[in-house]
Write a protein that binds this ligand. Sequence first.
Ligand code: FEO
Length: 394
Amino acid sequence: MNPVEITQGIYNVGVRDWNIRDFHGYSVYQGTTYNAYLIVDEKIVLIDTVKKDFADQLIDNITTIIDPQKIDLVISNHTEMDHSGGLPRVMHKIGEDKPLYCSKMGHKNLSLHFRQRWNYHAVANGEELSLGKRTLTFLETRMLHWPDSMFSYVKEDRLLFSSDAFGQHYAGPENFDDEIGEAIMPHARKYFANILLPLSPLIQKLVDQVSQLGLKFDIICPDHGIIWRKDPAKIINAYVSWSEQTSAKKAIVVYDTMWQSAQAMAEAIASGIREQGVTAKPIHLRSSHRSDIMTEVMDAKAIVVGSPTINNGLFPTVSDFLTYMKGLKPKNKIGAAFGSYGWSGEAVKLINQEFEAMKFDMRDPGLKIQFVPGQEDIEACIEFGRKIGNAIIR
Ligand code: FEO
């Protein structure tokens, strides 16, 4: 992509990755971008790089604005390889002795990633760096979402380089929020559900800290997706709301099935839940990606999970989903388990163990049905669903 001037002298020189569909296990149906930012002031600064495979494109983009060798220093806001993979190529091009600013943990992590003796400058939280007309302030955001993560803030432009925060995995023709409008919000929501959800308490603290510091934002430049310039408060408010982990009158019934017994149970349970005026839908695990289901988990009050018993255990996709969801630490959920079985029937017990580990509110030991559900079994599933629906509306 061609560089985009964000405000006078500040450019997005990053790249679009149109073809990626799997971002370490997160489905990205519309690609993503790796944003990197060039500030042309008395000092010339590059903030973050791109994935290794795109390093030459980044350098070509910079070259349309300035000779890359004129870059005075590089800032790494985040060590993960989608933003640091291009560093070796960039440092080689601009001069290996150029200063590389990062957090203290960034210094440690970059050293472990690249084993290079670059000219590291580890900065402290709140430290400032004058670029001439502009001043950069470094704000540590440890564990949002890596130990090395930090923001860089330009007070003169009220512009925040926010690293992964406020990003979206989306590659399209647009560069700014005003060009895409509301259509960007599902991407931002999915990004939060799959990356930031477990860090919700830290997000609330960070928002409090930023408000105490009195920082104002006219522009927020994340490392993925579009830049927020029309209404940066919109994404900040959305983060505050999402991090509160409140739920709607909604349940999801997530299941897999071997011979359609668990499927018949899932559909009957969902219909019982809906009888109580609660939104509910069955979600088949081999027809839906785990990262899309996590977006549904965000505002669901009840997470109902079903599995056949296979080889005395859970169906593999159910294990996969439970492991993934557990890592993302959803809070304030009701959990309910169900399953079909032939002879041993361990699945419901195993799902309940995972719910206990996630501290879900469990009102019922779960529902097991042997082989193929008959009409009475389907009635039992509908009743099971009604109880879940009642627990949600109470
Ligand atoms: Fe976009 Fe944590 O990397």
